[in-house]
Design a protein around this ligand. Structure first.
Ligand code: PLP
Length: 381
């Protein structure tokens, strides 16, 4: 089996799995005052410091959530105020796009969608234009696209919008733990992440809120006042501890892992483009995550190719929660036709991907594409 679907979820890192198992065998609510409770709180504090170490922020700037979806909801519902603009792009993850549409439903004129080029880059030149006539508001652009891996230059974003007094949110789910993310250097106010994309457990994530950010207090969950009132509910102690352990492991190997993974991704692309010269790589190649490639195999439906290679785990565009076969909104925003989008497969590699998996996957993909092509030709003939 070649597991090449790290952008959907990465395998849990051994350090994180061990930490989760150990935590699940201990009792203690992190809000309780007795010794087991204090021990749980102490371990949560350690995880907060571990994540802060990965992001170069202070532990008090982190709010633990159930994942990036919740972090994105919390960020945009708090940062957007009717009458101000909410600027984003049509290539964002639905957790941002749907939240943006929902919060601006009564004032759709507040929602500004920047254009995406055929290379997957968001048109950041248009940002300055937006703020010629508007001030304040929030700009939300992802650090790296989950389907193409294309990166957003957040420093350019900060330069364009700081003077207008707008807040900057980034959905950094695909970039955290894969490339260095330094929130101070990036100059963002809010940043969302999910543990399972960098080798932590599923169902836990975080929102970074820069200290001093003028954010109206609009929690999604109210109750016991955990996470400084931003996210009520008993903390997911085991999940948070696993997130911390994964953050720590990712931080220690970041540069090395990124280089190794990029070399494997490049090898996969070389093998596939050599054997199938008509396939097309999507997205700006010199500005993307190390472990992602989005490849269109013209005339060959991606679902048929994936079904013909059950021992390769990859995905059609993004992994959609409902499994509904809708074409990728990201590829359509980049100008691909519906047919081309439906013939596109995303391969995403990560920290545990091996040479053998790449060799095996390349052979399996070539075999599957050739097989699907000939059965389509037979059906036609
Ligand atoms: N944002 C991006 C860019 C993603 O890739 C994902 C997951 O695919 C999410 C947000 C949502 O993460 P989660 O489902 O862990 O909340």
């Amino acid at each position: 089996m070649s597991y090449l679907d790290y952008n959907a979820t990465a395998p849990i890192r051994p350090e994180a799995a061990a930490a989760v198992i150990e935590a699940m065998q201990s009792v203690g609510n992190a809000s309780s005052m007795h010794q087991p409770g204090r021990q749980a709180a102490h371990r949560v504090d350690l995880a907060r410091r571990q994540l802060a170490g990965l992001l170069n922020c202070s532990p008090g700037e982190i709010i633990f959530t159930s994942g990036a979806t919740e972090a994105n909801n919390l960020a945009l519902r708090s940062a957007y105020t009717p009458g101000n603009s909410l600027v984003t792009s049509p290539a964002e993850h639905p957790a941002v796009l749907e939240t943006a549409r929902m919060v601006t439903a009564e004032r759709p004129e507040d929602l500004v969608l920047l254009q995406v080029g055929s290379d997957g880059l968001v048109d950041l030149n248009a940002l300055e234009q937006v703020f010629v006539t508007r001030s304040g508001g929030v700009v939300s652009l992802m650090g790296a696209n989950n389907e193409t891996g294309v990166l957003t230059d957040l420093r350019v974003v900060a330069k364009a919008v700081r003077e207008a007094g707008a807040l900057i949110h980034t959905d950094a789910t695909q970039i955290v733990g894969r490339l260095p993310v330094d929130v101070a250097e990036l100059d963002v106010d809010l940043l969302s992440l999910s543990a399972h994309k960098f080798g932590g457990p599923q169902g836990v994530g975080a929102l970074y809120v820069r200290r001093g950010t003028p954010l109206p207090h609009r929690p999604l969950l109210v109750g016991g006042g955990q996470e400084r009132g931003w996210r009520a509910g008993t903390l997911n102690v085991a999940g948070i501890i696993g997130l911390g352990a994964a953050a720590d492991a990712a931080r220690r190997n970041l540069g090395e892992e990124a280089e190794r993974v990029a070399a494997l991704r490049d090898r996969l692309e070389r093998l596939l483009t050599l054997a199938l010269p008509d396939c097309r790589l999507n997205g700006r190649r010199d500005q993307r995550l190390p472990g992602v490639t989005s490849i269109t195999f013209p005339g060959v439906p991606a679902d048929a190719v994936l079904a013909a290679m059950p021992d390769v785990a990859a995905s059609e565009g993004s992994a959609c929660a409902s499994g509904a076969p809708t074409p990728s909104h990201v590829l359509l925003a980049m100008g691909l036709s519906r047919e081309a989008a439906d013939s596109t497969i995303r391969f995403s590699l990560g920290y545990a991907t091996t040479d053998a998996e790449i060799e095996h996957a390349a052979q399996a993909v070539v075999r599957a594409v050739t097989q699907v092509r000939s059965s389509l030709a037979e059906a036609d003939g």
